[in-house]
Design a protein around this ligand. Structure first.
Ligand code: PMP
Length: 405
């Protein structure tokens, strides 16, 4: 792996100052910063070959179509999916889950059927299923969690039944950092032929993800959380599902033949890509994934593990600081509260010191309800962060505490 100063030099924004203080960016769970090569890839589209994809016979359209389809192949290889046809570009995790919830609901869900999610989910993996259940008269069942913020597998096994039509869980919790035991969840569902969707929004950027090994039926993630542009995302689905599901949007490019009497649909993956796609974003996402591969996914995972353990140790030493989410199996995200101090107050003071953390419910209100709290302060770290930055956070937190005591 490159050394840390070389890595940080890849991300121009990390050099900036905030209120004349060096930026410490610990909000990577919300969105990651972009390496120069990703910014360049996006610029390159617009400055040298911009043209709508799959449309024209002219050179520029050929070039952009080719770059877009190459990006699809990059995604396929990055998550080790069987086929390129199984990779659909979307606007992000939210777009991907809403799409599947709609299509799956239309095709397979009837009154009394059940969908299983967990208590750890982001709103993006709750609300689309609730909307689908409302539409179809189905029921949402929720796997409970324990005080460490872990899914209780025994309770999950009790929820699985002949009524279960789909299980949808995150790979890791954005609010607490807990990593989900996906193998157990997927194998138990598959034993009774129930498909599983994995929300990889907080998983794909933290290590290897292999569709052939994981064997989930759908896998979704957002480009902006893995060093790519906002407004990009991926929906992977096994071909056997995608070929049976109806499209979730109608329009240009997703059709084969259109008449007023009847329309037939395009082949995979185009059936699910209606209208002008965010092709510059998808192309730049491809570059981001290549950047991650070049940097080394194992090395990234190791570095983040070391950052997590240093930050957990240093923060735990602070009197009055309580960490929420204490599983042994976590991504590099730490949620905490300071005794008697509202997270917004702490976040605002840290901001003035140049330290960007997230405060609030992290779009996971049920997790906050479980712990009986309004929100937390969340530091989400990634491989370009350093122990020195963690020291700055610790110093900042100590200052916040002293200001309120
Ligand atoms: N799921 C999880 C676990 C997330 O962390 C997020 C983003 N915070 C989402 C879904 C939604 O992602 P997006 O807003 O990029 O669609």
């Amino acid at each position: 792996m490159k050394d840390i100063s070389e890595i940080r030099a890849d991300f121009p924004i990390l050099d900036r100052k905030v209120y004349e203080k060096q930026l410490v960016y610990f909000d990577n769970g919300a969105t990651t910063q972009k390496p120069q090569c990703v910014i360049d890839a996006m610029n390159d589209v617009y400055t040298t070959y911009n043209s709508n994809i799959h449309r024209g016979v002219h050179l520029l359209s050929d070039l952009s179509s080719e770059a877009y389809e190459n990006a699809r192949e990059t995604v396929r290889s990055f998550i080790n999916a069987e086929k390129k046809e199984e990779i659909i570009f979307t606007s992000g995790t939210t777009g991907s889950i809403n799409g599947i919830a709609f299509s799956f609901g239309e095709r397979y869900i009837n009154t009394g059927d059940e969908i299983i999610i967990s208590h750890l989910e982001h709103h993006a993996n709750i609300v689309p299923w609730q909307m689908m259940c409302e539409r179809k008269g189905a029921l949402l069942r929720v796997i409970p969690i324990n005080d460490k913020g872990e899914i209780i597998i025994g309770e999950y096994l009790k929820l699985l039944s002949s009524k279960t039509k789909l299980v949808s869980v995150s790979q890791a919790s954005n609010a607490l950092g807990t990593i989900t035991p996906l193998n157990d969840i997927i194998s138990a569902a598959h034993e009774i032929n129930v498909p599983v969707l994995v929300d990889g929004a907080q998983g794909v950027q933290h290590g290897n993800v292999d569709m052939k090994k994981l064997d989930c039926d759908f896998y979704v993630f957002s480009g902006h959380k893995i060093y790519g542009p906002a407004g990009t995302g991926v929906l992977y689905g096994k071909e056997k599902w995608l070929s049976e599901l109806p499209p979730f949007q109608g329009g240009g490019d997703m059709v084969d033949k259109v008449t007023f009497a009847k329309t037939t649909y395009n082949v995979l993956p185009f059936k699910f890509e209606a209208g002008t796609m965010n092709y510059p974003g998808a192309i730049a996402l491809g570059r981001a994934l290549n950047y991650v591969t070049e940097t080394g996914r194992e090395a990234i995972a190791l570095r983040e593990k070391s950052l997590l353990s240093y930050a957990t140790k240093r923060l735990s030493e602070i009197d009055g600081l309580k960490i929420f989410g204490t599983s042994d199996s976590k991504i590099s995200t730490i949620s905490f509260l300071l005794k008697n101090i509202h997270p917004y107050d702490a976040g605002m003071i840290l901001d003035k010191m140049g330290i960007a953390v997230r405060t609030g419910t992290h779009c996971a209100q049920p997790v906050m309800d479980y712990f009986g709290i309004d929100g937390t302060i969340r530091a989400s770290l990634c491989f370009y962060n350093t122990n020195e930055e963690i020291d700055s956070l610790v110093a900042g937190v100590n200052k916040v505490i002293s200001m309120f005591s």
